[in-house]
Design a protein around this ligand. Sequence first.
Ligand code: ADP
Ligand code: MG
Length: 609
Amino acid sequence: MASVIHILPQSLVSKIAAGEVVQRPASVVKELLENSLDAGASKAVVGVREGGKSFIQVVDDGCGMGEEDARTAFTRHATSKISSYSDLESIRTLGFRGEALFSITAVSQVELKTRTTVDEMGTIMRIEGGELKEISKVAMQPGTTVTVKNLFYNVPARRNFLKSTLSEFKHISDAVQRIALSRNELGLTFVSNDEKVLDVKPETMEERFKSVYGDRFVDSLIRFQEDSDLMRIHGYSSKPDFARKTRVDQFLFLNRRFIVNRALSHAVFSAYEHLLEKGSFPFFALFLEIDPRRVDVNVHPSKLEVKFDDERSVYRFVHAAVRKALGAHDLVPSVAMKDSTATEPDVGLQFVRPSKSFLPGRDAAEADATLASLFGDFKSRTDEARIDRDETPPLTDDIEPIRKTTRPPEEGREAEVEERVRPLVLQLHRKYIVTQIPSGLMIIDQHVAHERVLYERILASFEDDLPHPQQLLFPQTLLLTPADYSLVRELLPHLQRMGFDVKLFGKNTVVVEGVPADVRVGREERILQEVLDLFKEQEHEAKLDARETLAKSFSCRAAVKAGDQLHESEIRALIRQLVATQMPYVCPHGRPIMIRVSTDELDKRFGRT
Ligand code: ADP
Ligand code: MG
């Protein structure tokens, strides 16, 4: 039989390889701009025509190339950025594969002009379909200009697949925007068909965001920042009420490289939990700095995807940072009336926009201040404080937690807040807690509030705390269905961390010797089965990890219910514990925990204005 396998000609190989790097005009813009950045440029000008289909040009003032380097630059795997395998493990430049110029020149008509500072003259080259057609000297400023004409002129199939000029322009504009946001120290001009689309000078990060998005939008963002030994993140995210309907405005930058990473996007998104309406997405721009040895950027030809050596811890870090920043803002919904003449109060919930405008670098102390403003800070409001003290007895008695908790009481913040908690509390219809705050009154749903407290406590127990089960006087033997039995077996390590002291006995039988300390008296017997049932229900709905689903199930089942009578000390403990949570505004399932009725609203209702 005649042989059927043969080696492809080089010209065809080039075109195939090029297809991986150059998918559309925007890929060319991205690669050329990345080269300018790697060359240390302080200014770059991008010009395109017809959505880049006929013309793309990038001019930079970077280090440039000597003639020898310029000749090599557009051959495959030619790079000045790495030279050994070990370099590949700690990449600090945007490029490193030596494929961009090769790929671009293989599928277009390119003119490359470049000059280093040490050379008097620059080099100009014309390359078509990968072949050097012309080379000579030219007078020019140091730097590099790459002009790309008629992209895919020699790959008709590709050319036909290009989208409309508008759509290709949009892709280019996105690519330019990403570079603009990630490099505030770069002066950047973007011209499309002789029209200036963007023109920014080197500026601070905040100024850069304002140049791109406008002052008002940026003022509405929450800034976050978090450092650890392993990584550092900072950036912006939107308050829930400024969320968008699409995911387009979500930027992840890893060591200043724009990346796409579903897990990290999810980490940010889920930090909002249920603060967002269904179908809306937060704006965010997140900059993650991490030791380059801990990430692999060499997993995709366009270098968009990366692999972390420890994705879970990066996920948690990002999630926690955004969560903390959000939690530090006043997101309490308030009951407001449409206008003062309306007869029916508008009981629809709306998120209050904090009156305080965006301040960069809010820290934990400010978070406490926010909480203090929610729950009243006597010291800073002397008049009110005096009246309050007169009306209600001072808070002197030691507060008993809802149920004796096994965790040591959180020091500092919780104690401080306790001091500020208003004396006035009352339970309404065994369902709601009403408490006075400086701006009016706060109504708290006791069940969801407790749910939030337990939920965070369980999650914490997965992280670090040792479980302290309350041992049952009479261990219970439970006969489970075979499915539940294997579920318990699967979840056993998690259940134990939560504080369930459960032994597998075989034959679908388990023995419960202890339950988490938070389980209320009288509910010990049913709690495990209830948690399992809810777990199964929720597992179908959401693709959360098992621990999160367990935490949700447990907190829902173990929390006080509507109808449970609470002692005053329990109410106070609940408020105090709630305030110490990371997200006191919504329960793990998304229901609001508290709403506020301001004295202004009351004044309006009573015609006191
Ligand atoms: P990579 O960026 O992965 O190294 P490229 O094909 O994009 O590969 O570029 C090849 C080489 O050409 C680079 O390593 C660099 O040395 C040089 N080069 C490309 N663009 C520029 C530029 N704008 N200024 C200076 N040198 C450049
Ligand atoms: Mg490159």
